[in-house]
Design a protein around this ligand. Structure first.
Ligand code: GRF
Length: 197
């Protein structure tokens, strides 16, 4: 049997994508093993989800590190300590420094709640994305899983899921529809990457 990839998650929030990944990874034939969860937020519910799944969970406090590089050096030390092969960002609200991106080049994934390259980049997070989609009168939106490079939302797209924008949609209704699509997409994309690397 092919050895499973050892996966770490970086998360800052509720972690519903993390949960979808953890659920998928319970399947016997899933080619990856959840190992480590790192959060920059002590109260993140994602930490709770990680603990419930039996992962090593670490809160790395940004206040203790003078720069983004210093912070990421600590994250990198944890990744190396756990012999991590792939990193999944799951609602991680920090921009990664080049130190981390270069150390794990081609091995860090992120999920973004829009059809990249549209509606990505600085400031395009959370509800801002869906508001921009509605303002642009798009008829469809969706989610993208992409590799993380040194830009913001600019790495190669691995997989996308499309959802319609419906008449009368609010930011909330659209966000909910996109999030449901994310929960199916991220595990599929991770599987695809595991089988390719
Ligand atoms: C998702 O919308 C994802 O696209 C974005 O952050 C959100 C995270 O939600 N990167 P959750 O913490 O997985 O529920």
């Amino acid at each position: 049997m092919v050895e499973k990839k050892r996966v770490a998650f970086l998360a800052s929030g509720g972690g519903s994508n993390l949960q979808a990944l953890l659920n998928a990874m319970r399947e016997k034939d899933f080619p990856a093993l959840p190992v480590l969860l790192v959060s920059n937020k002590k109260e993140a519910f994602a930490l709770e989800r990680g603990r419930n799944a039996g992962l090593r969970c670490e809160f790395v406090d940004p206040k203790l590190y003078p720069s983004r590089e210093d912070y990421d050096a600590q994250v990198l030390a944890l990744l190396r300590d756990c012999r991590i092969d792939l990193v999944c960002l799951a609602g991680y609200m920090r921009i990664l420094s080049p130190l981390l991106v270069r150390a794990y080049a081609g091995r860090i994934l992120n999920i973004h709640p829009a059809l990249l390259p549209k509606f990505g980049g600085e400031g395009m997070f959370g509800h801002h994305v869906h508001q921009a989609v509605l303002d642009a009168k798009e008829t469809e939106s969706g989610a993208s899983v992409h590799f993380v490079d040194e830009g913001v939302d600019s790495g190669v797209v691995v997989a996308q899921a499309r959802v319609p924008v419906l008449k009368g949609d609010s930011v909330e209704t659209l966000a909910k529809r996109v999030l449901e699509a994310e929960h199916l997409l991220y595990p599929q994309a991770l599987r695809k990457v595991c089988e390719a690397v």
